[in-house]
Write a protein that binds this ligand. Structure first.
Ligand code: 4NP
Length: 144
């Protein structure tokens, strides 16, 4: 069983969307998401993100934000960051002897280093969903 953790900054826009989209496409995978920051711990995904996702059939409403912890290196087989800053913040918490890979979501569509832009700031929720759907397809293809 592949255990995959998606990580962004707030865990209310990009990573919960990545979790729900990937789950819809590959229900057999064990998925979770987290934020490097704790500002939104316990909150549901951001309303406009939920609405844009819902229009494509993805239900984000059961998800609640939590903060990334170093224990996540033990609990997951791969950690997928939405941008390079997220990846850096995760790597800074890597415990000694933990070898879980930290990769970018866009690595799975051959765009290594490209971020998933944060729609909390860009307001482009549909563009975010377009990119996340492509990355999820690439991820799942790479696992099979
Ligand atoms: P996310 O977007 O990292 O995709 O969940 C953000 C949402 C909220 C904040 C930052 C990023 N914030 O600073 O409140």
């Amino acid at each position: 069983m592949q255990r995959i953790l998606f990580v962004c900054l707030g865990n209310i826009c990009r990573s919960p969307t990545a979790e729900a989209v990937t789950r819809a496409k590959a229900p057999h995978l064990s998925l979770d998401s987290a934020g490097t920051a704790g500002y939104h711990t316990g909150s549901p995904p951001y309303g406009p993100m939920q609405q844009a996702a819902s229009a494509r059939g993805y239900d984000l409403s059961p998800l609640r934000a939590r903060q990334f912890t170093p224990n996540d290196f033990n609990d997951f087989d791969v950690i997928i960051a939405m941008d390079a800053e997220n990846a850096q913040d995760i790597e800074a918490q890597r415990p000694t002897g933990a070898y879980t890979p930290v990769v970018l979501f866009t690595d799975h569509i051959g765009e290594d280093g490209t971020p998933v832009p944060d729609p909390y700031y860009t307001r482009d929720f549909d563009g975010c969903l377009d990119l996340i759907e492509r990355c999820a397809d690439g991820l799942i293809k790479g696992l099979s």
